[in-house]
Design a protein around this ligand. Structure first.
Ligand SMILES: [Zn+2]
Length: 259
């Protein structure tokens, strides 16, 4: 009964590493299992027919068989090679960033894998299509936070819970969202440097909210000016840096990188 030990998955190749004499270990994000690793026997032999399908960014259908330490890839078919992402340096770096975020923020067999898989493949399709790379990446960041349970609070103050008014505000990575000016003025809080309050303009907040609650079709009609692009990009980068540093300290992540 070979079939009992073999199963099909849909995956995006996140990265690969050489293993032993001729094998290769792939880190995959799959629709069915979330992030997982699998081995390709003989991938580095010139005669390997499977290896070409298994470069990073590629969307594939794989047949996996139970292996001793991790699943073996017995068959690989390309669904989309996202060729444009390999031919343009800006797109290559955007796509690498997209893969890196999901790789670093998810654990093996994470929850909501089909939602993240859909977001990931849609984002790669958008980047290799005609969508604006900046908009595509910001939208992806905001949606990824949702899927992973880090949805930032953008409508109520993350400290006092009051509704946010249309005025310049503050943002705190540690509090997980916008902090109203009144809370930011609070002496006790201001001295608490863990909150790391940083200003955010009305316009900047408007776009973050837009990414959080709109479909991509609607969100991508917006055209923020350069200054607002810079502001929201810096803010999101800071938030991810904060989350990654915090995640690094969690035992789950340490287990993960030791493997
Ligand atoms: Zn407040």
């Amino acid at each position: 009964m070979r079939q009992a030990h073999s199963f099909g998955v849909e995956a995006v190749v996140l990265r690969h590493a050489d293993y032993g004499e001729a094998d290769r270990i792939l880190t995959l994000f799959t629709r069915q299992l979330g992030k997982t690793r699998a081995i390709v026997k003989g991938a580095r032999k010139i005669t390997s027919r499977k290896a070409g399908h298994l470069e990073p960014f590629t969307r594939v259908k794989l047949q996996l068989a139970k292996g001793r330490d991790m699943p073996l890839i017995t068959q690989a078919d390309t669904v989309d090679g996202f060729q444009p992402l390999r031919e343009d340096l800006v797109l290559t770096s955007q796509a690498s960033y997209v893969l890196e975020l999901v790789d670093r923020l998810t654990y093996d067999e994470g929850t909501d894998s089909s939602g993240v898989f859909k977001l990931l493949t849609e984002t790669l399709e958008r980047l290799s299509g005609k969508a604006d790379p900046w908009m595509t990446t910001r939208y992806y960041e905001m949606r990824l936070l949702d899927h992973l349970g880090f949805r930032p609070k953008l409508f109520e103050c993350a400290v006092c819970g009051k509704e946010i008014q249309a005025e310049d505000q503050f943002f705190s990575y540690a509090a997980g969202g916008v902090v109203c000016p009144a809370s930011a003025r609070d002496e006790g809080l201001r001295r608490d440097d863990r909150l790391m309050l940083r200003p955010i303009t009305v316009e900047g907040l408007k776009y973050l909210r837009h990414f959080q609650r709109s479909t991509f079709a609607v969100a991508s009609r917006a055209h923020p000016i350069q200054q607002v692009q810079q502001e929201t990009e810096t803010l999101m980068q800071g938030l991810f840096t904060y989350l990654l540093e915090r995640e690094l300290k969690t035992p789950g992540f340490l287990r993960q990188i030791r493997r």
